[in-house]
Ligand binder design. Structure first.
Ligand code: FMN
Length: 188
C-alpha cells in the first residue's frame, strides 16, 4: 500500500488535544493542500479562516453551546448542558472554510478542501476533527451576527461550509470503525 493510501486509512477524528500549537509552516502546508482541492469550474470560491487564539476558540465554543440550548435536535440540547464537553476538544487551531454561496458548487468545493487538509495534517502527524458547530450556529437566525460580534467575519457573500480543529492528539489514535459491507457495485 503506498504512503498516500496509508495516510487516508490512518486518519481518525481525534477528540482530545495537547495545548501545544502547530508550527506556522505546518499549518501553511495544510492550507496549501486545501487550496489544491478540485473545484466546480475551477472556481476556487473559498476562504480559509484560521483561529489560533485560545480566547476566541473558547468564546466561540460557549456561543455554540448557548445556541444549542434552543436546538430542535435533542442531542444538541443535551450537549449544551454538559460542562465536560468542549465542542472543539481544547484543540489549539480551528479552521473554517467559507465559500461564495453564489459559486457553482461551494459546499462541495469547501468540503473537498477540508478533506485535503485533514489528510495533509495526518501525513504530518497532526490530528484533526471535523466540527460542525460553527455551521450549525451560522444557520440560526442570530448566528451570523453573533459570530461577527466575536470577530468571525467571512468575506462578502460567503457562508461557512466546513470547519475542523487541528492539533496534537492527547491520546492514542482511536481504531477505525469497521467498514460497512456491501457498499460497492461494479457494473461490468
Ligand atoms: C459532516 C460531518 C460532521 C461532523 N461533525 C462532527 C462534530 O460536530 N463533532 C465531532 O466530534 N465529530 C464530527 N464529525 C466527525 C465524525 O464523527 C467522524 O468522522 C466519524 O465518527 C468517523 O470517525 P473517523 O473520522 O475517525 O473515521 C463530523 C463528520 C462529518 C463528515
Amino acid at each position: 500500500m503506498n504512503e498516500t493510501i496509508q495516510t487516508i486509512l490512518k486518519r481518525r477524528s481525534v477528540r482530545a488535544y495537547e495545548s501545544k500549537q502547530i508550527d506556522e509552516k505546518d499549518i501553511r502546508q495544510i492550507l496549501v493542500a486545501g487550496q489544491y482541492a478540485p473545484t466546480a469550474m475551477g472556481d476556487q470560491p473559498w476562504h480559509f479562516t484560521v483561529v489560533k487564539n485560545n480566547d476566541l476558540i473558547e468564546k466561540l465554543q460557549l456561543l455554540c453551546k448557548a445556541s444549542f440550548k434552543n436546538s430542535d435536535i435533542p442531542s444538541l440540547r443535551e450537549l449544551s448542558t454538559r460542562d465536560d464537553v468542549h465542542v472543539f476538544y481544547h484543540a489549539p487551531t480551528l479552521v473554517i472554510v467559507s465559500g461564495d454561496s453564489k459559486a457553482v458548487a461551494p459546499l462541495w468545493d469547501c468540503v473537498l478542501a477540508m478533506e485535503n487538509m485533514l489528510l495533509a495534517a495526518s501525513s504530518l502527524g497532526i490530528s484533526s476533527c471535523w466540527v460542525h458547530s460553527p455551521m450549525i450556529v451560522y444557520g440560526t437566525p442570530e448566528g451570523p451576527a453573533s459570530l461577527s460580534t466575536l470577530g468571525l467575519n467571512f468575506p462578502e457573500g460567503h457562508v461557512p461550509y466546513a470547519a475542523a480543529v487541528f492539533g496534537y492528539s492527547a491520546q492514542p489514535l482511536p481504531e477505525a470503525a469497521p467498514r460497512k459491507p456491501d457498499t460497492v457495485t461494479f457494473l461490468k
